[in-house]
Design a protein around this ligand. Structure first.
Ligand SMILES: N[C@@H](Cc1c[nH]c[nH+]1)C(=O)O
Length: 379
């Protein structure tokens, strides 16, 4: 019998932790609505096919079967359900959505961490230009500010950088694939060996530095100067530069880093991607990016989209628990309900004392370090 246990990777949340979470979600939802986003709620259960564009290795999901034998999952992501909605409902574009809810990602046994995570996010669908990306960044960084998190580092990357650059190399396709794998896995001996034939070419110097192309934004940009002029890379570099300026202009305290040697944080990203974190918490505070091709998984027409989601649990972790104020218990007789209600309204932080006897009320007050008001006293 496991009727007293929880499945691994899940937890109960109660008291301050659960309350802080609710406050944070409400603050975020308020910001989203103030900026003109509309709420979209999707079910926790979806057909497995909806999540086919996810990298299955990173996102193992809980699998179920419905009564027709169709394969269902507990949603491991909230962006793909939005894409499903957009392609099946004929909602007019452009549109700005916000949502909140739990995603389920099965982690390796004993890896620690939870399999059920709470996210709150936005998706902007139908805008091609960089303004939509910046609106996501603005909301992400303002959100952190509102949670009094002021030591945010934002890591920029671009889903197309690696492929566009590798495309330029005069090597057979399988070698290019192996280079990409070695780069992502930081398998340096393999990487060096694969690139040896290009050592003396114009790309030689840059390629030897590529696995280290992450860290301070300006330093990575300086390293990029060793790259021969590649026209198709220019728009990517320009967008990254402009975005860094944008962030620094509005949030001068935010530390901006750049990583041009990692796989895209989501397999469905097609453009700029960004993740925010602080030194004090292990996971990301928020993660987002552009995914202009995702809707083609559900429909024929390509649709521009970009979004960002907060990891609400990471925000909770970063929020100090303020010591709770001592409570006042209001003890009353059953026919004094009206009086008790009035007392509740006038006495801050008060709660009804539901014990049957005054003795029990006194014990409860002593045990919970609360003040006791006895309405039966004046009878
Ligand atoms: N769904 C992404 C975040 C995101 C929202 N919109 C775009 N990206 C994630 O969970 O990492």
């Amino acid at each position: 019998m496991k009727n007293k246990n929880l499945p691994s990777g899940t937890r109960d949340e109660f008291g301050s932790e659960a309350e802080i979470k609710e406050t944070i979600e409400n603050k975020l939802f308020k910001t989203f609505r103030q900026r003109g986003f509309r709420k979209l709620t999707t079910p926790v259960l979806e057909y497995s096919d909806v999540f086919q564009p996810l990298n299955a290795e990173n996102y193992r999901s809980y699998q179920l079967l419905d009564d027709q034998g169709e394969s269902l999952v507990l949603r491991p992501d909230l962006t793909l359900p939005v894409a499903r909605v957009m392609s099946t409902t004929g909602i007019e574009l452009p549109v700005k959505w916000y949502y909140g809810g739990d995603v389920f990602r099965v982690k390796k046994q004993l890896s620690g961490g939870y399999n059920q995570l709470t996210q709150a996010g936005i998706e902007i669908v139908g805008y091609k230009g960089i303004k939509a990306d910046w609106e996501c960044l603005e909301i992400a960084l303002t959100g952190c500010q509102k949670m009094a998190i002021d030591d945010v580092t934002i890591e920029l990357s671009h889903a197309k950088f690696v492929d566009t650059l590798i495309d330029q190399l005069a090597l057979p396709k399988p070698t290019k694939d192996s280079i990409k794998t070695a780069l992502f896995e930081k398998n340096l001996s393999k990487y060096d060996q694969l690139l040896r034939p290009l050592e003396k070419t114009a790309f030689g110097h840059f390629l030897s530095e590529w696995p280290w192309l992450f860290g301070s934004f300006d330093e990575v940009m300086t390293a990029l100067e060793t790259l021969p002029e590649v026209e198709v890379l220019q728009p990517i570099i320009n967008d990254l530069q402009a975005t860094k300026q944008f962030i620094k202009g509005l949030f001068p305290k935010v530390n901006v880093t750049l990583d041009l040697s990692i796989p895209s944080p989501q397999t469905y990203y097609t453009g700029m991607a960004f993740r925010g974190f602080t030194e004090k918490s292990a996971g990301y505070l928020f993660s987002g990016g552009r995914y202009d091709d995702l809707l083609t998984n559900f429909q024929n027409v390509k649709t521009a989209a970009v979004g960002v989601a907060f990891d609400v649990d990471a925000l909770v972790e970063r929020t100090p628990v303020s010591p709770s104020q001592p409570k006042t218990l209001v003890f009353f007789d059953t026919d004094q309900w009206d009086e008790a209600e009035k007392a509740l309204k006038t006495i801050p932080n008060s709660t009804l004392c539901l014990t049957s006897s005054l003795d029990a009320a006194k014990k409860l007050a002593a045990g919970t370090n609360s003040r006791l008001i006895d309405l039966t006293e004046s009878r």
